[in-house]
Design a protein around this ligand. Structure first.
Ligand code: COA
Length: 327
Protein backbone atom coordinates (compact mmCIF):
# COMPACT_ATOMS: atom_id res chain seq x y z
CA UNK A 1 0.00 0.00 0.00
CA UNK A 2 1.29 3.47 -0.89
CA UNK A 3 1.79 6.02 1.85
CA UNK A 4 0.89 8.94 -0.43
CA UNK A 5 -0.61 9.94 -3.76
CA UNK A 6 1.38 12.64 -5.55
CA UNK A 7 0.56 14.74 -8.60
CA UNK A 8 3.22 14.18 -11.25
CA UNK A 9 2.13 16.81 -13.75
CA UNK A 10 -0.65 18.68 -15.51
CA UNK A 11 -1.85 19.42 -19.03
CA UNK A 12 -4.66 21.50 -20.44
CA UNK A 13 -6.45 22.33 -23.64
CA UNK A 14 -8.42 25.43 -24.60
CA UNK A 15 -10.29 25.61 -27.92
CA UNK A 16 -8.84 28.09 -30.41
CA UNK A 17 -12.04 30.10 -30.80
CA UNK A 18 -12.13 33.10 -28.45
CA UNK A 19 -15.37 34.85 -27.52
CA UNK A 20 -14.80 38.38 -26.25
CA UNK A 21 -17.23 40.46 -24.21
CA UNK A 22 -17.79 42.52 -27.37
CA UNK A 23 -19.04 39.35 -29.09
CA UNK A 24 -21.74 39.06 -26.40
CA UNK A 25 -22.79 42.67 -26.90
CA UNK A 26 -24.03 41.49 -30.31
CA UNK A 27 -26.01 38.59 -28.81
CA UNK A 28 -27.71 40.00 -25.69
CA UNK A 29 -28.36 43.31 -23.89
CA UNK A 30 -25.02 43.54 -22.07
CA UNK A 31 -21.76 45.47 -22.08
CA UNK A 32 -18.05 44.78 -21.76
CA UNK A 33 -18.11 47.11 -18.74
CA UNK A 34 -20.86 45.10 -16.96
CA UNK A 35 -19.23 41.74 -17.60
CA UNK A 36 -15.76 42.92 -16.51
CA UNK A 37 -16.91 44.61 -13.33
CA UNK A 38 -19.50 42.03 -12.25
CA UNK A 39 -17.55 38.86 -13.17
CA UNK A 40 -13.91 39.72 -14.01
CA UNK A 41 -14.26 37.92 -17.36
CA UNK A 42 -12.83 39.48 -20.53
CA UNK A 43 -12.90 36.51 -22.86
CA UNK A 44 -13.53 32.77 -22.88
CA UNK A 45 -12.92 29.91 -25.32
CA UNK A 46 -15.73 28.12 -27.15
CA UNK A 47 -15.60 24.79 -28.94
CA UNK A 48 -16.15 24.62 -32.69
CA UNK A 49 -17.50 21.87 -34.94
CA UNK A 50 -15.96 18.51 -34.01
CA UNK A 51 -14.73 19.59 -30.59
CA UNK A 52 -16.43 17.87 -27.65
CA UNK A 53 -15.78 17.25 -23.96
CA UNK A 54 -13.95 14.01 -24.81
CA UNK A 55 -11.76 15.48 -27.58
CA UNK A 56 -10.64 18.31 -25.27
CA UNK A 57 -10.17 15.84 -22.40
CA UNK A 58 -8.03 13.53 -24.53
CA UNK A 59 -5.81 16.41 -25.66
CA UNK A 60 -5.34 17.67 -22.09
CA UNK A 61 -4.59 14.08 -21.01
CA UNK A 62 -1.93 13.64 -23.72
CA UNK A 63 -0.20 16.81 -22.52
CA UNK A 64 -0.37 15.70 -18.85
CA UNK A 65 1.02 12.25 -19.74
CA UNK A 66 3.90 13.89 -21.62
CA UNK A 67 4.63 16.36 -18.79
CA UNK A 68 4.58 13.55 -16.23
CA UNK A 69 6.90 11.36 -18.26
CA UNK A 70 4.82 8.23 -17.73
CA UNK A 71 3.90 5.50 -20.18
CA UNK A 72 0.17 5.72 -20.95
CA UNK A 73 -0.02 1.94 -20.58
CA UNK A 74 0.79 2.31 -16.88
CA UNK A 75 -2.45 4.23 -16.23
CA UNK A 76 -4.64 2.11 -13.95
CA UNK A 77 -7.80 4.24 -13.92
CA UNK A 78 -9.29 7.15 -15.89
CA UNK A 79 -11.68 9.55 -14.17
CA UNK A 80 -13.38 12.39 -16.03
CA UNK A 81 -15.18 15.08 -14.06
CA UNK A 82 -17.80 16.63 -16.34
CA UNK A 83 -21.41 17.75 -16.54
CA UNK A 84 -21.23 18.29 -20.31
CA UNK A 85 -20.43 14.76 -21.48
CA UNK A 86 -20.39 13.92 -25.20
CA UNK A 87 -23.45 11.68 -24.58
CA UNK A 88 -25.44 10.37 -21.62
CA UNK A 89 -23.52 7.16 -22.24
CA UNK A 90 -20.97 5.76 -22.87
CA UNK A 91 -18.97 7.79 -20.37
CA UNK A 92 -16.65 10.53 -21.57
CA UNK A 93 -13.86 8.62 -19.79
CA UNK A 94 -14.51 5.56 -22.00
CA UNK A 95 -14.25 7.81 -25.09
CA UNK A 96 -11.00 9.27 -23.74
CA UNK A 97 -9.60 5.79 -23.11
CA UNK A 98 -10.35 4.93 -26.73
CA UNK A 99 -8.86 8.17 -28.04
CA UNK A 100 -5.66 7.61 -26.05
CA UNK A 101 -5.38 4.05 -27.38
CA UNK A 102 -5.32 2.50 -23.92
CA UNK A 103 -6.38 -1.05 -24.64
CA UNK A 104 -5.79 -2.53 -21.17
CA UNK A 105 -9.22 -2.95 -19.51
CA UNK A 106 -8.78 -0.26 -16.85
CA UNK A 107 -11.80 1.34 -15.11
CA UNK A 108 -12.79 4.55 -16.92
CA UNK A 109 -15.74 6.49 -15.55
CA UNK A 110 -17.24 9.96 -15.20
CA UNK A 111 -18.14 11.81 -12.05
CA UNK A 112 -20.79 14.52 -11.95
CA UNK A 113 -19.92 16.94 -9.19
CA UNK A 114 -20.19 20.04 -11.41
CA UNK A 115 -17.66 22.78 -10.63
CA UNK A 116 -16.33 20.79 -7.64
CA UNK A 117 -15.67 17.80 -9.92
CA UNK A 118 -11.87 18.04 -9.98
CA UNK A 119 -11.67 18.29 -6.19
CA UNK A 120 -13.98 15.28 -5.86
CA UNK A 121 -11.95 13.38 -8.46
CA UNK A 122 -8.66 14.15 -6.74
CA UNK A 123 -10.06 12.71 -3.52
CA UNK A 124 -11.22 9.56 -5.32
CA UNK A 125 -7.80 9.18 -6.98
CA UNK A 126 -6.09 9.67 -3.60
CA UNK A 127 -8.28 6.97 -2.01
CA UNK A 128 -7.71 4.53 -4.90
CA UNK A 129 -3.96 4.96 -4.57
CA UNK A 130 -3.70 4.96 -0.77
CA UNK A 131 -5.88 1.84 -0.53
CA UNK A 132 -3.43 0.05 -2.80
CA UNK A 133 -6.08 -0.63 -5.44
CA UNK A 134 -4.37 1.41 -8.18
CA UNK A 135 -0.96 3.01 -8.64
CA UNK A 136 -1.44 5.59 -11.40
CA UNK A 137 -4.62 7.56 -12.06
CA UNK A 138 -5.43 9.94 -14.92
CA UNK A 139 -7.90 12.59 -13.72
CA UNK A 140 -9.45 15.08 -16.14
CA UNK A 141 -11.89 17.96 -15.75
CA UNK A 142 -13.50 18.69 -19.13
CA UNK A 143 -16.44 20.91 -20.00
CA UNK A 144 -18.17 21.93 -23.20
CA UNK A 145 -20.50 24.38 -21.49
CA UNK A 146 -21.15 26.57 -24.53
CA UNK A 147 -23.28 23.76 -25.97
CA UNK A 148 -25.52 23.80 -22.90
CA UNK A 149 -25.83 27.55 -22.38
CA UNK A 150 -28.70 29.69 -23.64
CA UNK A 151 -27.10 32.37 -25.82
CA UNK A 152 -30.27 34.46 -25.33
CA UNK A 153 -29.95 34.47 -21.52
CA UNK A 154 -27.60 37.24 -20.38
CA UNK A 155 -27.62 35.91 -16.80
CA UNK A 156 -25.66 32.83 -17.83
CA UNK A 157 -24.22 33.12 -21.35
CA UNK A 158 -21.46 35.60 -20.50
CA UNK A 159 -20.08 33.49 -17.66
CA UNK A 160 -19.22 30.07 -19.04
CA UNK A 161 -16.32 28.85 -21.19
CA UNK A 162 -15.03 25.56 -22.57
CA UNK A 163 -11.81 23.66 -21.92
CA UNK A 164 -10.14 20.73 -20.22
CA UNK A 165 -7.39 20.17 -17.68
CA UNK A 166 -5.74 16.89 -16.65
CA UNK A 167 -3.46 15.53 -13.96
CA UNK A 168 -1.51 12.33 -13.43
CA UNK A 169 -1.58 11.13 -9.84
CA UNK A 170 0.71 8.35 -8.73
CA UNK A 171 1.63 6.34 -5.60
CA UNK A 172 4.61 7.82 -3.78
CA UNK A 173 6.51 7.54 -0.52
CA UNK A 174 6.70 11.36 -0.40
CA UNK A 175 3.73 13.49 0.74
CA UNK A 176 1.35 14.59 -2.02
CA UNK A 177 -2.37 14.91 -1.39
CA UNK A 178 -2.56 15.77 2.31
CA UNK A 179 -6.24 16.16 3.11
CA UNK A 180 -9.61 16.87 1.59
CA UNK A 181 -13.09 17.87 2.58
CA UNK A 182 -16.11 17.09 0.38
CA UNK A 183 -19.74 18.02 0.92
CA UNK A 184 -23.09 18.42 -0.83
CA UNK A 185 -26.02 20.48 0.42
CA UNK A 186 -29.09 18.94 -1.21
CA UNK A 187 -31.27 21.80 0.03
CA UNK A 188 -29.94 23.85 -2.86
CA UNK A 189 -30.40 21.50 -5.82
CA UNK A 190 -32.59 24.14 -7.51
CA UNK A 191 -29.93 26.88 -7.64
CA UNK A 192 -28.09 25.62 -10.73
CA UNK A 193 -29.87 23.07 -12.85
CA UNK A 194 -30.23 21.72 -16.33
CA UNK A 195 -33.98 21.06 -16.36
CA UNK A 196 -34.69 18.80 -19.36
CA UNK A 197 -33.20 15.87 -21.22
CA UNK A 198 -32.98 13.60 -18.19
CA UNK A 199 -35.44 10.98 -16.96
CA UNK A 200 -37.56 13.62 -15.19
CA UNK A 201 -38.23 15.62 -18.32
CA UNK A 202 -37.12 13.77 -21.47
CA UNK A 203 -36.65 15.83 -24.61
CA UNK A 204 -39.86 16.82 -26.40
CA UNK A 205 -40.79 19.61 -28.80
CA UNK A 206 -42.18 21.47 -25.77
CA UNK A 207 -39.00 21.20 -23.71
CA UNK A 208 -37.04 22.56 -26.65
CA UNK A 209 -39.54 25.40 -27.27
CA UNK A 210 -39.43 26.29 -23.55
CA UNK A 211 -35.62 26.44 -23.72
CA UNK A 212 -35.27 23.86 -20.96
CA UNK A 213 -32.15 22.27 -22.44
CA UNK A 214 -29.95 24.99 -21.04
CA UNK A 215 -28.37 25.83 -17.69
CA UNK A 216 -30.63 27.77 -15.31
CA UNK A 217 -29.02 29.54 -12.41
CA UNK A 218 -30.03 31.75 -9.48
CA UNK A 219 -26.80 33.73 -9.62
CA UNK A 220 -27.11 35.79 -6.45
CA UNK A 221 -27.96 32.81 -4.24
CA UNK A 222 -25.12 30.77 -5.74
CA UNK A 223 -22.82 33.71 -5.12
CA UNK A 224 -23.66 33.83 -1.39
CA UNK A 225 -23.21 30.09 -0.91
CA UNK A 226 -19.99 30.05 -2.94
CA UNK A 227 -18.33 32.68 -0.77
CA UNK A 228 -19.31 30.91 2.45
CA UNK A 229 -18.77 27.29 1.45
CA UNK A 230 -15.53 27.78 -0.52
CA UNK A 231 -13.93 29.71 2.36
CA UNK A 232 -15.03 27.22 5.01
CA UNK A 233 -14.01 24.23 2.88
CA UNK A 234 -10.52 25.69 2.31
CA UNK A 235 -10.04 26.17 6.05
CA UNK A 236 -11.29 22.64 6.77
CA UNK A 237 -8.82 21.02 4.34
CA UNK A 238 -5.97 23.05 5.85
CA UNK A 239 -7.01 22.01 9.35
CA UNK A 240 -7.19 18.35 8.36
CA UNK A 241 -3.75 18.63 6.74
CA UNK A 242 -2.36 20.27 9.89
CA UNK A 243 -1.35 23.36 7.92
CA UNK A 244 -1.61 27.03 8.86
CA UNK A 245 -2.13 29.85 6.36
CA UNK A 246 1.53 30.91 6.48
CA UNK A 247 2.51 27.44 5.23
CA UNK A 248 0.34 27.73 2.10
CA UNK A 249 1.94 29.00 -1.13
CA UNK A 250 -1.25 29.19 -3.20
CA UNK A 251 -4.99 29.07 -2.80
CA UNK A 252 -6.56 28.12 -6.12
CA UNK A 253 -10.31 28.69 -6.06
CA UNK A 254 -12.72 27.51 -8.71
CA UNK A 255 -12.79 30.37 -11.24
CA UNK A 256 -16.46 31.33 -10.88
CA UNK A 257 -16.35 35.10 -10.52
CA UNK A 258 -13.53 37.51 -9.58
CA UNK A 259 -15.68 38.97 -6.83
CA UNK A 260 -16.27 35.50 -5.33
CA UNK A 261 -12.54 34.71 -5.55
CA UNK A 262 -11.54 38.01 -3.92
CA UNK A 263 -14.09 37.65 -1.13
CA UNK A 264 -12.91 34.10 -0.41
CA UNK A 265 -9.31 35.43 -0.22
CA UNK A 266 -10.40 38.17 2.21
CA UNK A 267 -12.39 35.75 4.38
CA UNK A 268 -9.35 33.49 4.60
CA UNK A 269 -7.23 36.54 5.43
CA UNK A 270 -4.86 35.37 2.72
CA UNK A 271 -2.73 37.73 0.53
CA UNK A 272 -4.49 38.23 -2.80
CA UNK A 273 -1.26 37.80 -4.80
CA UNK A 274 -1.25 34.17 -3.65
CA UNK A 275 -4.86 33.58 -4.73
CA UNK A 276 -4.56 32.47 -8.35
CA UNK A 277 -6.88 33.90 -11.00
CA UNK A 278 -7.12 33.22 -14.71
CA UNK A 279 -10.87 33.82 -15.06
CA UNK A 280 -10.25 36.95 -17.20
CA UNK A 281 -9.27 34.83 -20.20
CA UNK A 282 -11.07 31.50 -19.60
CA UNK A 283 -14.36 32.35 -17.83
CA UNK A 284 -16.04 29.72 -15.68
CA UNK A 285 -15.13 26.29 -17.09
CA UNK A 286 -16.75 24.29 -14.24
CA UNK A 287 -14.87 21.03 -13.53
CA UNK A 288 -12.07 22.08 -15.91
CA UNK A 289 -11.43 25.35 -14.08
CA UNK A 290 -9.01 24.18 -11.36
CA UNK A 291 -6.91 21.81 -13.51
CA UNK A 292 -6.60 24.45 -16.25
CA UNK A 293 -5.45 26.92 -13.57
CA UNK A 294 -2.91 24.41 -12.19
CA UNK A 295 -1.60 23.59 -15.66
CA UNK A 296 -1.23 27.27 -16.59
CA UNK A 297 0.55 27.96 -13.29
CA UNK A 298 2.90 25.06 -13.97
CA UNK A 299 3.65 26.45 -17.46
CA UNK A 300 4.27 29.93 -16.04
CA UNK A 301 6.70 28.58 -13.42
CA UNK A 302 4.42 29.60 -10.54
CA UNK A 303 4.03 26.08 -9.16
CA UNK A 304 7.12 24.74 -7.46
CA UNK A 305 7.78 21.31 -5.98
CA UNK A 306 7.21 21.08 -2.21
CA UNK A 307 4.79 24.03 -2.17
CA UNK A 308 1.61 23.49 -0.15
CA UNK A 309 -1.46 24.30 -2.22
CA UNK A 310 -5.15 24.51 -1.37
CA UNK A 311 -7.92 24.02 -3.94
CA UNK A 312 -11.50 25.00 -3.19
CA UNK A 313 -14.64 24.81 -5.32
CA UNK A 314 -18.44 24.88 -5.38
CA UNK A 315 -20.94 23.90 -8.04
CA UNK A 316 -24.40 22.59 -8.85
CA UNK A 317 -25.74 20.32 -6.12
CA UNK A 318 -24.76 22.43 -4.28
CA UNK A 319 -21.60 20.42 -4.10
CA UNK A 320 -18.43 21.83 -2.66
CA UNK A 321 -15.06 20.75 -1.42
CA UNK A 322 -11.37 21.37 -1.00
CA UNK A 323 -8.05 19.59 -1.23
CA UNK A 324 -4.72 20.48 0.39
CA UNK A 325 -1.70 18.99 -1.35
CA UNK A 326 2.06 19.26 -1.56
CA UNK A 327 3.27 19.58 -5.14
C1 COA B 1 -24.29 35.76 -12.19
C2 COA B 1 -23.66 36.96 -11.52
C3 COA B 1 -22.42 37.40 -12.27
C4 COA B 1 -24.66 38.11 -11.54
O1 COA B 1 -24.10 39.23 -10.88
P1 COA B 1 -24.95 40.01 -9.80
O2 COA B 1 -24.14 41.14 -9.39
O3 COA B 1 -25.40 39.04 -8.76
O4 COA B 1 -26.14 40.51 -10.66
P2 COA B 1 -27.71 40.29 -10.42
O5 COA B 1 -28.08 38.88 -10.70
O6 COA B 1 -28.07 40.87 -9.07
O7 COA B 1 -28.29 41.23 -11.52
C5 COA B 1 -28.15 42.63 -11.44
C6 COA B 1 -28.74 43.22 -12.69
O8 COA B 1 -27.85 42.96 -13.79
C7 COA B 1 -28.59 42.35 -14.85
N1 COA B 1 -27.73 41.46 -15.59
C8 COA B 1 -27.55 40.13 -15.44
N2 COA B 1 -26.70 39.69 -16.36
C9 COA B 1 -26.31 40.74 -17.09
C10 COA B 1 -25.44 40.89 -18.18
N3 COA B 1 -24.76 39.87 -18.70
N4 COA B 1 -25.28 42.15 -18.68
C11 COA B 1 -25.93 43.19 -18.18
N5 COA B 1 -26.78 43.11 -17.14
C12 COA B 1 -26.98 41.88 -16.60
C13 COA B 1 -29.73 41.64 -14.16
O9 COA B 1 -30.81 41.42 -15.06
C14 COA B 1 -30.09 42.63 -13.08
O10 COA B 1 -30.88 43.66 -13.65
P3 COA B 1 -32.13 44.27 -12.85
O11 COA B 1 -31.55 44.86 -11.60
O12 COA B 1 -32.68 45.25 -13.81
O13 COA B 1 -33.02 43.09 -12.56
C15 COA B 1 -23.27 36.65 -10.05
O14 COA B 1 -24.44 36.51 -9.26
C16 COA B 1 -22.47 35.38 -9.93
O15 COA B 1 -21.35 35.31 -10.38
N6 COA B 1 -23.01 34.37 -9.26
C17 COA B 1 -22.36 33.11 -9.08
C18 COA B 1 -22.46 32.35 -10.35
C19 COA B 1 -21.61 31.16 -10.38
O16 COA B 1 -20.51 31.18 -9.92
N7 COA B 1 -22.17 30.12 -10.97
C20 COA B 1 -21.51 28.91 -11.20
C21 COA B 1 -21.27 28.23 -9.93
S1 COA B 1 -19.89 27.35 -10.08
Amino acid sequence: MAAFARILGFGHYLPAKVMTNADFEKLVETSDEWIRTRTGIQERHFTEEGETASTMAAEAAKRAIEKSGIDKNNIDAIIVATVTADMHYPSTAALVQRALGITRPVPSFDIGAACAGFVFGLTIADSFIKSGLYRTVLLIGAENLSKFTDMQDRNTCVIFGDGAGAAIIQASDKPGILASHLATDGNYTHLIEFPAGGSRLPATHETVEQRLHYTRMEGQEVYKQAVKDMSEAALEAMKRAGLTLDQISWVIPHQANTRIIETVGKRLNFPMEKVFQNIAHVGNTSAASIPIALSEMEQQGLLKREQNIVLTALGSGLTYGSVAFRY
